[in-house]
Design a protein around this ligand. Structure first.
Ligand SMILES: *[C@@H]1O[C@H](CO)[C@@H](O)[C@H](O)[C@H]1NC(C)=O
Ligand SMILES: *[C@@H]1O[C@H](CO)[C@@H](O)[C@H](O)[C@H]1NC(C)=O
Length: 203
């Protein structure tokens, strides 16, 4: 009994420590040092088909050594405010461990000085919403230390819309229903013409 209590206590303490460990990183404490751009076709982008070209690099006007702790770059697709309204599961939180703004990984690769470019095909499981792209610089402990995004701080510029695959299935279904109706109608028309021909032949 006492052992169980001790164990529970230990788990609780460890849990608290790990909680402190992750909760310490707040988005507002990060520096904006990365310059990120995203280029893509105009208009509605289609998940599973369209490509976004993401480009990122250190802002060249910052002093040398700004990026000395950067080990990894993590680029993500993030929900724009308009697509977060009334959706707690996409909510922005300052504590990065609780933040749900950026849920789709575009790439994670070692940091290198100089600009990097990646052409990314929008993954098939991306839901219909408005998005932007954000890159985080991570240190040797995989902790976020800086970021950059293709939009302004208020997340209002350069946003883009993606249409999910499921949305397109609906229109595909509508198309197949229309096609079936068309087939039935033409089949009926065919029978009608054949019948008339038959009657004429009898006469
Ligand atoms: C780069 O950094 C400078 C100085 O902090 C800032 O004025 C400028 O807006 C930044 N450029 C971009 C593209 O973020
Ligand atoms: C990276 O790109 C920016 C503009 O997108 C440019 O000003 C800068 O010179 C480039 N840096 C390098 C190292 O190529």
């Amino acid at each position: 009994m006492a052992a169980t209590g001790l164990l529970l206590g230990l788990i609780l303490v460890l849990g608290c420590f790990s909680e402190i460990g992750v909760a310490l990183i707040s988005f507002s404490s990060l520096q904006t040092t990365l310059v990120v751009t995203a280029t893509h076709p105009q208009g509605l982008l289609r998940a599973g088909e369209d490509k976004i070209t993401v480009r990122w690099g250190l802002n060249q006007s910052l002093p040398a050594g700004t990026d000395s702790a950067y080990k990894t770059i993590k680029v993500q697709l993030c929900y724009a405010p308009i697509s977060q309204v009334d959706r707690a599961w996409r909510k922005t939180e300052d504590h990065l461990s609780k933040d749900k703004t950026c849920q789709f990984k575009i790439v994670k690769r070692p940091y290198t000085t100089g600009n990097q470019t990646l052409e990314w095909t929008i993954e098939r499981d991306v839901p219909t919403a408005t998005y932007f792209v954000r890159a985080y610089a991570l240190d040797a402990n995989d902790h976020e230390v800086a970021y950059g995004q293709n939009t302004d701080a208020k997340k209002t510029t350069n946003l883009f819309e993606i249409q999910a695959i499921s949305g397109r299935h609906v229109s595909l279904d509508i198309a197949s229903v229309c096609f079936s109706v068309f087939s039935i109608v033409s089949l009926m028309g065919f029978f009608f013409v054949e019948k008339r021909k038959g009657r004429k032949a009898q006469q």
